[in-house]
Design a protein around this ligand. Structure first.
Ligand code: DAH
Length: 341
């Protein structure tokens, strides 16, 4: 009987593998598993077995039954799937992934970079995980400055770096200035686009992370006129001649004098406001030069930090920066690179 069971399993599974239609599958089921089928007929003979044989054969009989049943179930699923999709046709062409434009912030960053490159700035880069030294101390920001507060900056639970303080997510791209001035000698002319992080309440113009483009120019005889000329030229290249630019005196610890730059574009408001603040800037404070070993008697420089989200909002009239990170393709699909004027 053991032999018969094994043969039955072999034949049944061989036949099943050739089954390709629902009708043939049902016929197979009746032949092997149906009430008058071959497996039940075999199992009828169990009662003639001796007491010793019964458990051994019983186990085998169960295994055969399970194999046939699960073979049947699998076949049923694959036949139904084929009925839905048709047989696989490997000669059909594949589906090409839709070509999507780059993210609007990336496009904006590239457009900004292009303009500064033409003015002789090269690209620099720094880590997003910074040290207190680079993000604050070397930028002449005193220990009690509000930006250093736990409420404003994300401090990381990592070991302090010797002499460089705690580690944090950079709150601005300005620490790249420090890294560049530590590793290069003037003349220095760089831009550094990248991501920054702050513990801000999230609203239409603030996020927990955002992008800035830092700029730094250090050489002999760099003046405030160079700063104004460079930024105004950049902004007109970026948005066209029609814009208005306003330098408003401000305070930053690492520049003296310092300004905020506001932009207005006739006929366009962002959230009902005509002027949008897009940049902080100023003349590099001599105290910063001293931190990085550059002679403040010989060199002067200017620095700026442009908000990339805000430049994109101005360029396209986008009212809310949360659109940038919602990842809704209906929003993102609207933007293709804007040709230069
Ligand atoms: N880091 C400043 C901020 O995030 C912006 C800034 C101001 C950058 C003045 C500069 C600068 O390079 O000179 O608010």
């Amino acid at each position: 009987m053991q032999h018969d069971l094994e043969r039955l399993r072999e034949e049944a599974l061989a036949e099943l593998s050739a089954v390709a239609s629902p009708g043939a599958l049902e016929a197979w089921r009746i032949t092997y598993l149906g009430r008058q089928g071959r497996l039940p007929a075999l199992l009828e003979r169990m009662k003639d077995l001796t007491k010793d044989e019964r458990p051994v054969i019983g186990r085998l009989a169960n295994a055969v039954k399970t194999a046939l049943q699960s073979g049947f179930d699998d076949k049923k699923i694959s036949i139904e799937a084929t009925a839905e999709t048709g047989p696989l046709d490997p000669s059909l062409p594949g589906r090409a992934p839709a070509a999507r434009p780059r993210h609007v912030l990336r496009q904006t960053m590239e457009r900004m970079t292009d303009i500064f490159r033409r003015m002789g700035f090269s690209l620099a880069d720094g880590p997003e995980i910074e040290t207190e030294f680079h993000n604050f101390d070397a930028l002449n920001t005193p220990p009690d400055h509000p930006a250093r507060n736990e409420q404003d900056t994300f401090y990381l639970d990592l070991n302090d770096l010797p002499g460089q303080g705690r580690r944090l997510l950079r709150s601005q791209t300005s620490p790249v200035q420090i890294r560049v001035m530590q590793s290069q000698t003037p003349p220095i002319r760089i831009i550094a686009p990248g991501r920054c992080y702050r513990r801000d309440e999230i609203d239409a113009t603030h996020g927990a992370f955002f992008h800035q483009m830092e700029g730094l120019y250090v050489a002999e005889n760099v003046s405030l006129a160079d700063l104004k000329g460079t930024l105004e030229f950049f902004l007109r290249e970026f948005l066209g001649e029609g814009i208005r630019v306003r330098f408003r005196p401000h305070f930053f610890p690492f520049t003296e004098p310092s300004f905020e730059v506001d932009l207005s574009r006739p006929g366009q408001t962002v959230r009902g406001k005509e002027w949008l603040e897009i940049c902080g800037c100023g003349m590099v404070d001599p105290a910063v030069f001293e931190h990085v070993g550059i002679d403040p008697e010989r060199y002067t420089g200017f620095a700026f930090g442009l908000g990339i989200e805000r430049m994109a909002m101005m360029l396209h009239g986008i009212p809310d920066l949360r659109y940038f990170t919602d990842n809704d393709t209906r929003f993102l699909g609207q933007f293709t690179p804007v040709p230069h004027a």
